[in-house]
Design a protein around this ligand. Structure first.
Ligand code: HEM
Length: 370
């Protein structure tokens, strides 16, 4: 049975609404608690993977492993001979020849470890997905309607392995970084997976009956606004990936202006290709998104639901901090520490807006009188 990603609860919900399944109990509607814990573990592992991926990129480590195999990276080099072989392969890359030609084996090892950890963790997520998935399927424990979003997340996770290699391959010869377009696709799919997993986990925390009733008290304006914010944050993450993929944060470190004007007069406007235009776009979408979250927060203060107010405030607080980190990253010339903090905060902005959207879709009871 399938539902759309931000599915409407109720269309295919079990007919017996009067008796919601108790937490942890396996019923005709599966085992919500067990499925939720598993999905939550996967979501946390994906958060960690996005972090490791960001660190791999920020430390310029992504091209250190030049081969690919679907399940061939569980073991790192174990002998000096294997390390030397891996280093020899790295020496064939344009990045080594043009940027790192004086690099020693000792200097190579840290960049290898970042890329290896990213691949290893990806494979571990695959195992933590597939084994319980098969078991829960056999036991018919996945609640009605939640198989599709979970299966889509799993399929996209598998696809990420191929896209990751497709991305690495683009940077091995003839350039010193991976294609910014492939990086943006890779990061965007990671956030789609994260969104599917967290949305499922937030929903499974509540019974189908509760969600069905909550949907009826939905404030349509807030629900529409929160979906627009989700779209906005998606665009900003996409443009952010280009900003980092093109090293576009390293040019025009003045703020709020760029080279004394709104946009540098000498620069052609070619976003997603040129550094200046891409940075400009990231700034502008950032301001728009910030303004959108501010309006949402303002409007949420008048909501009938305490949790809608709360999540509006959390989303606004997190995005305010992220804007400050973004400006600091830029004006300090993109040092590793600020870039990492900005990357972590991007995940927090996404999850906060997603949770605010879930609360708008299914307002939790707790109505404020008056
Ligand atoms: C509105 C919220 C914002 C979000 C959600 C966001 C998100 C992101 C993301 C996902 C990246 C890529 C990180 C990576 O792959 O490591 C990025 C990069 C970057 N962002 Fe933002 N950003 C926001 C606002 C801003 C603002 C307002 C500025 C500056 C005015 C800014 C400056 C930068 C810079 C300089 C980079 C490149 C960092 C690097 O090369 O590692 N960001 N952003």
């Amino acid at each position: 049975m399938s539902r759309s990603i931000f599915q409407e609860v109720g269309g295919d919900a079990p007919q017996n609404h009067s008796e919601p399944p108790r937490s942890g109990e396996a019923t005709r509607d599966g085992n919500r608690r067990l499925t939720r814990i598993w999905v939550l573990v996967l979501a946390i592992m994906v958060v960690a993977q996005i972090l490791i991926g960001g660190l791999t990129r920020i430390t310029d480590s992504g091209l250190s492993i030049t081969t690919w195999s679907a399940a061939g990276h569980f073991l790192p080099p174990l002998s000096m001979k294997e390390w030397e072989e891996a280093f020899e392969l790295y020496k064939t890359t344009t990045e080594f020849k043009e940027q790192n030609s004086t690099m020693t084996l000792a200097e190579f090892k840290p960049i290898f470890w970042w890329e290896w950890t990213h691949r290893f963790w990806g494979q571990l997520i695959g195992l933590v997905f597939i084994a319980p998935f098969i078991w829960l399927l056999i036991k018919r424990a996945i609640p009605n309607g939640w198989l599709a979003p979970i299966a889509i997340a799993g399929a996209l996770g598998g696809l990420q392995g191929f896209i990751g290699w497709w991305m690495v391959e683009s940077g091995l010869v003839g350039r010193t970084d991976v294609s910014q377009h492939r990086l943006a696709i890779h990061l965007s799919i990671a956030f789609v997976i994260l969104g599917l997993l967290f949305w499922t986990a937030f929903s499974l925390k509540r019974s189908d009956v509760d969600l069905l009733q909550a949907r009826r008290r939905r404030e349509s304006g807030m629900w529409l606004a929160s979906r627009l914010l989700l779209l906005g944050v998606g665009v900003q993450l996409f443009v952010g990936a280009y900003t980092s993929g093109l090293n576009a944060g390293g040019v025009y470190g003045d703020w709020p202006l760029m080279d004394g004007g709104l946009y540098p007069a000498s620069e052609p406007f070619n976003p997603f290709v040129g550094q200046a235009a891409t940075q400009f776009l990231h700034r502008m979408v950032g301001y728009l998104l910030f303004a959108g979250v501010a309006v949402y927060f303002w409007r949420a203060r008048r909501s009938a639901f305490g949790k809608t107010k709360l999540w509006g405030a959390i989303a606004f607080g997190v995005i305010t901090v992220q804007m400050l980190f973004g400006v600091a990253t830029l004006t300090h010339g993109v040092p590793t520490s600020w870039a990492v903090i900005h990357h972590v905060a991007a995940i927090m902005v996404f999850v906060a807006i997603l949770h605010a959207a879930h609360q708008s879709a299914y307002p939790a009871e707790e109505k404020i009188a008056g």
